[in-house]
Design a binder for this molecule. Structure first.
Ligand code: G4P
Length: 530
C-alpha cells in the first residue's frame, strides 16, 4: 500500500460525551455496524463505574480492559476506521483532552433530554481550540426530551459553533416514528430493537409525496414538512468545507441503544470526515504525505502487574510509514530505539504489526523511555508541540512518611506524572510536591500505586488552591516583583514552567489587576505558541 492509498482509507476519530449520554453504547453500535464485533456488551466493560471511587482492584481491572479498547480499529466500506476511546469519567478528563490531540475529528453524543452538559462544554472547548471537525449525535430520541429546535439553539449558544441538521426526528419518546435523512432524502422508520441492525428505509425524494402521509400519518407528515421548510430557511445548506474547518457541526438524531440512526451517522461519517491531518511541530508543519516517519506519544498505560514495570506508550503516526524492528529517533532523549512488538488494536484484539501509516495508533512496549508528548522521527530534530495541560481542580500535597523510601517516592511520582495520571507542581523551599488532579479518584489511584508498585510510604494532605495558572511576561521587572511578592504561591510544573497557585478566584483577579504585564494562562496551551 502506498502512503497516499493508506491516507485515503484512514479515518481516526474520538467519541466524546458527558457521562451517561450514550458514548459507550454508540461506540459499541458503530463496531457492530462495522462488523467488528458480533455481540453487544463487549465495550461496556470498559466503563469505570461511578461506584468504583474507592475500589482499587476494580479500577485496576478496568484499566486493564481499557488497554485493549483504547483504540478500536475496523474496516468499513473500504475505510479503516480508528476509534480512539476517551474515558467518560470526569476524573479522567485530562486523558480525554490528550486523546483529542491524536484524533482528526470527533463525534459528540448529546442526551436529547439533558442537552449540553458540563463535560460537553469542556470537551468542546478543546475541540474548538484545535479546530477539530465535530459531528453531533443527539441520542435517546426514544425518550421524551427537549424540542429539537430548542436543542439546536442551545448547542449553538452554549458551544459557540454553528450547527446543521442532516437528519430530522419525527416525534420523540412514545411518539418517535423515525428520522428523515435530509441529506439522502429517505425516511428511516423506528422500531425499538436492541439487537436488529437492519433498518426500514423508505426513499422519499419529494417531501410533499403522499406516501409520507400514508406512512407516518397526516399530522406528523404536515409537521415534518413545516419543520424541514424551517430548517432550509434557517440553516445554511450543508457544506463540507465549513465542517472540516470546525465551524459548522452536522447534527444527527437517533437512539443508539436501539441501533437507530447509527447507520446514517456511520455512512455520512465515512463520506465527509477528514482523512489523517498533519500536525504542527516546533520546526514546521508536518504533513501526513511527508515521506519520513514521525509521530508522538499521547497516552501511556502502566502494566497491571507491579512486578513488570513495562508500559504501553500509544503513538499516533503523523507522517511517513512506521516499520517494525527499525531504529527511530527519540528526540527528547537523543536516543535510537527500535520496537520488536509494535501492537495494533483491532476492535477487541491486539496484534503485532509490521507497519503503520498516518492516522494509525501503535502501542509500543516501553520500559521507561517515554513521557506523554514525546516525539519519534527518522532522525529529524523536531518536537510536536506540547499536549496542553489544564488547571487541575483538586490540589493535595504529597507527604513522605518514610525518609528511607524517599528515592522510591520520587521515582514513583515522576513516572506516574510521565504517564499523565496527574500534574505535579514543585514548591521551594523544601521541594514540596503539590499534586493536582481533576478528580478525587486519581489520588486514590496514585496512593495505591505508589505503595504497591514503588514501595513508597506516603499520604496526601489537602491544599486549598482554586486554580493553577501558568505565568508568562515580557516585563522582566514586573515578573521579578511578582515572584518576590507571591513566592509562597509559586511552583514549577514538570517542565519547569512557572505556575501561580491561586487560593481563590478573588486573589487571582487581584493578581491579574495588580500585575497587568503578566499573563495568567488557564492552560499550558500557550506553550504551543512559544
Ligand atoms: P456513556 O458511555 O456516555 O456514559 O453512556 P452509556 O452508553 O453507558 O449509556 C448510559 C445509559 O443510557 C445506559 O443505561 C444506556 O443503556 C442508556 N442508553 C444509551 N443509548 C440510549 C438510547 O438511545 N435510549 C435510551 N432510552 N437509553 C439509552 P444504563 O441503565 O446506565 O445501563 P444499561 O444497564 O442499560 O447498560
Amino acid at each position: 500500500m502506498t502512503n497516499q492509498e493508506a491516507l485515503e482509507k484512514r479515518r481516526t476519530f474520538g467519541i466524546i460525551s458527558h457521562p451517561d449520554a450514550g458514548k459507550t453504547t454508540l461506540t459499541e453500535k458503530l463496531l457492530l455496524f462495522g462488523g467488528a464485533i458480533q455481540t453487544a456488551g463487549a465495550v461496556k466493560n470498559n466503563k469505570i463505574k461511578k461506584t468504583a471511587t474507592s475500589d482499587f482492584m476494580e479500577i485496576e481491572k478496568q484499566r486493564g480492559i481499557s488497554v485493549a479498547t483504547s483504540v478500536m480499529a475496523f474496516e468499513y466500506e473500504n475505510k479503516q476506521i480508528n476509534i480512539l476511546d476517551t474515558p467518560g469519567h470526569k476524573d479522567f478528563a485530562e486523558d480525554t483532552f490528550r486523546t483529542l490531540t491524536a484524533v482528526d475529528s470527533v463525534i459528540l453524543v448529546i442526551d436529547c433530554a439533558n442537552g449540553v452538559e458540563e463535560q460537553t462544554k469542556k470537551l468542546m472547548e478543546v475541540c474548538r481550540m484545535r479546530k477539530t471537525p465535530v459531528i453531533i449525535f443527539v441520542n435517546k430520541m426514544d425518550r421524551d426530551g427537549k424540542d429539537p429546535f430548542e436543542l439546536l439553539d442551545e448547542l449553538e449558544q452554549t458551544l459557540n459553533l454553528k450547527v446543521r441538521p442532516l437528519t430530522w426526528p419525527i416525534g420523540m419518546g412514545d411518539r418517535f416514528q423515525g428520522v428523515y435523512n435530509i441529506y439522502q432524502k429517505s425516511l428511516n422508520l423506528f422500531s425499538a430493537n436492541k439487537t436488529k441492525i437492519a433498518s426500514d428505509l423508505v426513499s422519499i425524494l419529494d417531501i410533499q409525496d403522499e406516501v409520507l402521509t400514508e406512512i407516518i400519518g397526516l399530522k406528523p407528515a404536515e409537521e415534518l414538512r413545516d419543520e424541514l421548510e424551517t430548517i432550509e430557511g434557517v440553516y445554511d445548506a450543508f457544506n463540507r468545507e465549513t465542517y472540516l474547518s470546525g465551524d459548522v457541526a452536522p447534527v444527527f438524531f437517533g437512539s443508539a441503544v436501539n441501533n437507530f440512526g447509527v447507520q446514517e451517522l456511520l455512512d455520512t461519517f465515512c463520506e465527509i470526515s477528514p482523512s489523517p491531518r498533519g500536525r504542527e511541530s516546533d520546526k514546521r508543519m508536518v504533513e501526513p504525505t511527508d515521506a519520513n516517519f514521525s509521530g508522538f506519544v499521547f497516552k501511556i498505560h502502566a502494566n497491571l502487574d507491579p512486578k513488570h514495570r513495562d508500559r504501553i506508550a500509544f503513538l499516533r503516526v503523523v507522517s511517513g510509514k512506521f516499520e517494525r524492528n527499525t531504529f527511530y529517533h527519540h528526540v527528547r532523549l537523543h536516543k535510537k530505539l527500535k520496537f520488536a512488538n509494535p501492537t495494533s488494536f483491532m476492535a477487541q484484539d491486539k496484534s503485532v504489526i509490521d507497519e503503520a501509516y498516518p492516522g494509525d495508533v501503535v502501542g509500543l512496549y516501553d520500559t521507561g523511555n517515554f513521557k506523554i508528548g514525546d516525539t519519534m522521527t527518522e532522525g529529524e530534530i523536531m518536537m510536536y508541540k506540547g499536549i496542553p495541560s489544564f488547571s487541575p481542580e483538586i490540589f493535595q500535597e504529597l507527604e513522605n512518611l518514610d525518609p528511607l523510601k524517599s528515592k522510591q517516592l520520587e521515582k514513583g511520582i515522576r513516572q506516574l506524572i510521565d504517564e499523565g495520571v496527574a500534574q505535579l507542581f514543585v514548591q521551594q523551599p523544601g521541594n514540596r510536591k503539590i499534586v493536582g488532579t481533576v478528580g478525587q479518584l486519581q489520588f486514590e489511584v496514585i496512593n495505591y500505586r505508589l505503595i504497591h508498585e514503588y514501595g513508597a510510604n506516603c499520604r496526601f494532605v489537602p491544599r486549598n488552591y482554586f486554580k493553577a495558572c501558568w505565568i508568562t511576561s515580557n516585563d522582566k521587572i514586573q515578573l521579578e516583583s511578582f515572584r518576590r511578592a507571591k513566592a509562597n504561591y509559586l511552583a514549577v510544573d514538570k517542565d519547569d514552567n512557572l505556575v501561580f497557585l491561586a487560593e481563590t478566584i478573588f486573589l487571582l483577579s487581584m493578581a491579574e489587576q495588580d500585575y497587568p504585564e503578566i499573563t495568567f494562562h488557564k492552560s499550558s496551551e500557550f506553550m504551543l505558541e512559544l
